[in-house]
Design a binder for this molecule. Structure first.
Ligand code: CP3
Length: 339
């Protein structure tokens, strides 16, 4: 069995499998070149040959143990009928069809495949072209995190509009989370049918929720998504990433049914090993070290490997690699983790 799948089945390996969040991205010159050829980030996402190419680039260059589908969490709200565009140097923008925040104007969940077909095609191509020992990871944004972008129409420092929506119109917000939960289940199942061997749920803004709201809008949807996938594809593990959830990581790991939990860089690994038994742990190097490199990087990487020795562990960053990171530092990291 492939290394990543062995770890997600509970095995502790002497050398942990390694991949990096956002491993295909702007820190790689070959990515920037393909992105220019595509014309825009969204064209890149929706052109299967090019999305396949950028997914493979970090595998060819570094020999990571896993490849993550090249796409974006915001393609799902786009498939539900929102306008999506990216402002150069700023980030995503989303606009509602018709009236402001009118859930009734969204397209039905069973129509998302009309938009997302090319993404499944990218997965199919990758499952044929990846080296035999590399695991293919599919993904989606978790409902809460996707909702934060839908509510604000863009990224925000504090997820204010979605947090406010929870109080202003609880039943409306719950309805939005239900729609996104159903869409996420459909989207991930299609990725699995196309060849994804693991799926990851990115709840990047989970840390903005109160404990009560975290249970309702992060844990409950994750549990429903995991159950729906387990019912149809029992051998496909789900990795959850409730970023910055703090002590709530424990309840997330215990009650959602995920087989892997991705940890951000604030989580102490000795605490996580004790508090999150029965799941594989992924993480949690500070992404800043990919900019810094050298001894600080190597020492921190070795500390993480040491702290996780004897436990099922997938080496990764605590969040995505940034555009100012250096490919040479990725080489240094692989050396430190593998030797
Ligand atoms: O390599 C990979 O990890 C696979 C592809 C991937 C992308 N986005 C490509 C991307 C994945 C898994 C994501 C997830 C994603 N997208 C998240 C969750 C993970 C996280 O980082 O917290 C979120 C919140 C988004 C939404 C998003 N997409 C934002 C806020 C931005 C703009 C900020 C930025 O980094 O520019 C994007 C754009 C984006 N998604 C880029 C890439 C490579 C950069 C776009 C470009 O090439 O111009």
């Amino acid at each position: 069995m492939k290394k990543l799948l062995r770890v997600l089945n509970g095995e502790a390996l002497d050398v942990p499998p390694i991949w990096l969040m956002r491993q295909a991205g702007r820190y790689l010159p070959e990515y920037r070149e393909t992105r220019t050829k595509a014309g825009s980030f969204l064209e890149l996402c929706y052109t299967p040959e090019l999305a396949e190419e950028v997914t493979l680039q970090p595998i060819r260059r570094f020999g990571f143990d896993a490849a993550i589908l090249f796409a974006d969490i915001l393609l799902v709200p786009q498939a539900l009928g929102m306008d999506l565009w990216f402002v150069e140097g700023e980030g995503p923008r989303l606009a509602w069809p018709g009236d402001d925040q009118n859930l009734g104007a969204l397209r039905p969940v069973d129509e998302i495949d009309e938009t997302l077909g090319p993404i499944y095609e990218t997965v199919r191509r990758l499952s044929g072209s990846l080296p035999d020992d590399v695991t293919l990871i599919g993904f989606a944004g978790a409902p809460w995190t996707v909702a934060t972008y839908m509510a604000a129409g863009r990224g925000t420092p504090d997820q204010g509009p979605a947090r406010r929506w929870i109080y202003d119109n609880p039943s409306g917000f719950s309805h939005l989370i239900d729609i996104l939960t159903e869409a996420t289940i459909a989207y991930l199942c299609r990725q699995i049918e196309a060849g994804a061997e693991v799926v990851k749920l990115f709840d990047s803004w989970a840390g903005a929720l109160t404990p009560e709201a975290f249970r309702r809008f992060s844990i409950d949807p994750a549990r429903r998504i995991v159950q729906a996938i387990a019912a149809r594809y029992p051998s496909v593990p789900v990795i959850g990433f409730p970023r910055a959830a703090g002590v709530m990581y424990e309840e997330f790991a215990r009650t959602t049914g995920v087989r892997g939990v991705a940890l951000d860089q604030q989580v102490p690994l000795d605490w996580a090993r004790e508090a999150l038994p029965g799941v594989a742990l992924q993480g949690n190097l500070d992404p800043m070290l990919m900019v810094v490199g050298g001894d600080a990087l190597k020492d921190a990487a070795k500390r993480i490997v040491g702290a996780m020795a004897g436990a099922p562990h997938i080496f990764n960053l605590g969040h995505g690699i940034t555009p100012d990171a250096s490919p040479e530092h990725v080489e240094q990291l692989l050396q430190a983790v593998r030797n």
